[in-house]
Design a protein around this ligand. Sequence first.
Ligand code: HGY
Ligand code: MN
Ligand code: MN
Ligand code: MN
Length: 412
Amino acid sequence: MSLPAINLERLRSDLLSLFEIGYDPQTKGVTRLGFTPADNEAKQWLINRFENEGFCAHVDHAGNVRGRLSDEPVRQVVATGSHIDTVISGGMFDGTLGVIAGLEVLRVVKENNIQLQTPLEVFAFAEEEGRFGGMMGVQALIGELTPEWILKAHDVNGVMLEDELKNSGLDPLSVLDARVDTNYFKSFVELHIEQGPVLDTVKKPIGVVTSISGVYKWIVRLIGKSNHAGTAPMNMRSDAFMGLANFANEILRIIDEEGSDKSRLTVGKVDLKPGHAHTVPGEVEFTLVGRDVDADVMQALADSCRKVLSAIARKHKLMFEFEQMSWLDPQPMSDNIINLIQAEAKGLDLPFEVMPSGAGHDAQHMAKVTDTGMIFVPSIAGVSHAPDEWTHWQDIEKGANLLLRTLLKLAS
Ligand code: HGY
Ligand code: MN
Ligand code: MN
Ligand code: MN
């Protein structure tokens, strides 16, 4: 009997439709920040898709969308999925591929009337991109959130998580009720684009992920003195921009001396205040995101950034402060899932690369509570978090079929 396979046309059609929600024809990118109207619209679209297929779906107290074949009570599930929230002006596949592939797996199970020992559940985890710091949806499921964090969390523009939850029809104080029992998850496998250049370089269609990079996110403030751009002598300024510029020039040295080839330091958003051409900026607020696959290296990077920023503040007569929005440790994947994915890839005659993930993923949290693995498909030229993020459809088909085979093995 031939083994069931995914239907690429259905997968493609769902990905293209979902891409329209939050799509900007100017930038050709999609923006669905966690708990914004576009994100909520995408969640409703997903629930409708599950229900149109005769499946059951709901949004839990933390804003995760969860879909299963039926709503009969279950003690344990084999889970899959990813996220449908995006960065600003993101691409078509980051997160959405894992969710839509999970929906397609449910369709294949139903149309082939496959009987499973353990039910499958597909998750679109809420707020994976860390608008408010961390990965809130999956962290709520595994019990990592506190009421204090929920009530104080805000985004880089000062928008409170609490308000966005209410605007999304969720009760901030019920978010913790999303927590599931520790043995609810039998295992979890996430299909995701690599978002980096490795698979495209080695020309292999599949990545088998061994570990996921850690990531910390700071909001840094350098506070000096606004002053007249014409009269203030250069040596009498407390110019916040010059402090940032000085730090920017130190980033590569910090990585050289404290980091590894997997280390990353990124300043993604900068706010100069007051922001007038004729005024020396008295304040700069910027995001600083540090990453590495090794926890000690990540800590060394953070310590060095703090030291360098303190020295720069003294040199430029500035005040330095920072807020740590999140610190997510690097996380190894489970050996048994890594081995299973490799075995199934061999069974499908798919060449694969065993590799770490430079990007963060929901799987790095799921791995704390259950056997977890990730399957990568190539990102062309390694581009992601940008409109020209792209993956060949035939690679998507290979990755989705490998996910199908792996989940069927885990659930049978
Ligand atoms: O930024 C990341 O690594 C992930 O996409 N949240
Ligand atoms: Mn992302
Ligand atoms: Mn992602
Ligand atoms: Mn991610």
